[in-house]
Design a binder for this molecule. Structure first.
Ligand code: NAP
Ligand code: GDD
Length: 344
């Protein structure tokens, strides 16, 4: 039987790596799009990558979501059955510093892929997945967010992803493209980027515990996030494209914790006894054993406007995709700690 072909934009990122491994296990041929960088940045997929001169079901090409011609050429060349658009300037705080670039990649990049599918007359052949985000709900006041919750984005990142969401819906309705939006809540893993808060906390606390770092500096301790594991979430992406009809799906755990609760859980598992003192920007965590300050808050890590509360209701995914998260927040933290200790 002919292998299914997947083309992944954003293959060098956290989700790109987990999705590639899932699809290879399912016997796909996986093509991935990487950006040119001054130093090789394929660490997350190095374990499945073979020399380009050898035959392999995992092949990387250069391309960029800001470059329409590269997108069109790659789709033409690879003739995929499924395209996963995971590429993005994905850091919320950074999007305040590079708003125009974030919109170019995240919004127009999505449009460029959809236009390429249309212009190549591949609307009937290709199924398309768009990596949407709970950041689109932003400053919502709803206790749980689902597919019907109105968007109220609170960053250039969130706004750019709303464009990507609606243009995906638009091309589905206008040109009958099998296009799905996954609206994914935060998902983490041992290979999460170092500047996202879960990785930063676990890496920082382990380094402190083992004497490689003195302090950890954080921002808002009181925002709440619904954290899952990337391994579970890429499975939902794939399931969306295996349905009879395209649809949009919220993917989350239905549980939410503050950043401070995440710190407390992680510190306990790492074996650091901490005590919080002070208020607001002066809030600090002390090491109970030697009274040294381990964690401080810094204004630079606060955002111009914050998304305070996210909690997903993934009932549609449960019913239609038979998807529910398997990995708990405690197992996620355990796995991240184990990985960090190995790398110390
Ligand atoms: P990530 O680790 O930041 O990976 C982003 C990927 O996009 C990387 O491969 C990056 O390449 C690539 N990229 C960035 N700009 C590009 C450009 N101009 N052209 C081509 N590729 C580009 O993000 P992730 O956590 O895996 O998330 C995957 C997707 O899901 C993103 O779209 C993100 O916005 C979205 N999302 C993530 C979460 C989450 O909690 N993780 C939740 C909801 C939605 P480099 O390696 O070269 O930088
Ligand atoms: N990054 C970071 N660094 N965040 C901090 C820090 C810090 O030092 N201190 C506190 N925070 C707070 C942020 O203000 C935010 O409320 C929360 O921790 C989570 O921040 P991130 O881990 O950067 O993730 P995010 O929620 O902003 O965005 C992630 O999840 C989205 C899905 O909801 C990213 O992966 C996005 O790409 C994704 O769409």
């Amino acid at each position: 039987m002919k292998k299914k072909i997947a083309l992944i934009f954003g293959i060098t990122g956290q989700d790109g790596a987990y999705l590639s491994k899932l699809l290879l296990k399912k016997k796909y041929k996986v093509y991935g799009v990487k950006r040119r960088s001054s130093i090789i940045n394929t660490q997350r997929v190095d374990d499945i990558y073979k020399d380009i001169n050898l035959k392999s079901d995992f092949v990387l090409f250069y391309g960029d979501l800001t470059d329409s011609s590269s997108i069109l050429n790659l789709i033409k060349k690879t003739q995929p059955n499924e395209i996963y658009n995971l590429a993005a300037q994905s850091h919320v705080q950074v999007s305040f510093e590079v708003p125009e670039y974030s919109a170019d990649v995240n919004s127009l990049g999505t449009l460029r892929i959809l236009e390429a599918i249309k212009n190549l007359n591949l609307e009937k052949k290709i199924k398309f997945y768009q990596a949407g985000t709970s950041e689109m709900f932003g400053r919502t006041r709803e206790k749980f967010q689902n597919e019907k919750t109105p968007f109220y984005p609170a960053s250039p990142y969130g706004v750019s992803k709303c464009f990507a969401h609606w243009i995906t819906v638009n091309y589905r309705e206008a040109y009958n493209i099998f296009a799905c939006n996954g609206i994914l809540f935060n998902h983490e893993s041992p290979i999460r980027g170092e500047t996202f808060v879960t990785k930063k906390i676990i890496q920082g606390l382990i380094r402190i515990k083992h004497g490689y770092q003195k302090k950890l500096f954080l921002g808002n301790l009181y925002s709440k996030r619904d954290w899952g594991h990337a391994r579970d979430y890429v499975e939902a992406m794939w399931k969306m494209l295996q349905q009879k009809k395209p649809n949009d799906y919220v993917i989350g755990t239905g549980k939410t914790f503050t950043i401070k609760e995440f710190v407390n859980k992680s510190a306990k598992k790492i074996g650091l006894k901490i005590k919080w003192v002070g208020k607001g920007i002066n809030e600090k965590a002390l090491n109970i054993e030697n009274k040294k300050v381990l964690i401080e808050c810094k204004k630079r890590y606060f955002r111009p406007v914050e998304v305070n509360y996210l909690k997903g209701n993934a009932q549609r995914a449960k019913k239609l995709l038979k998807w529910s998260p398997k990995i708990s927040i405690d197992s996620l933290i355990d796995e991240m700690i184990e990985h960090e200790l190995e790398n110390l």
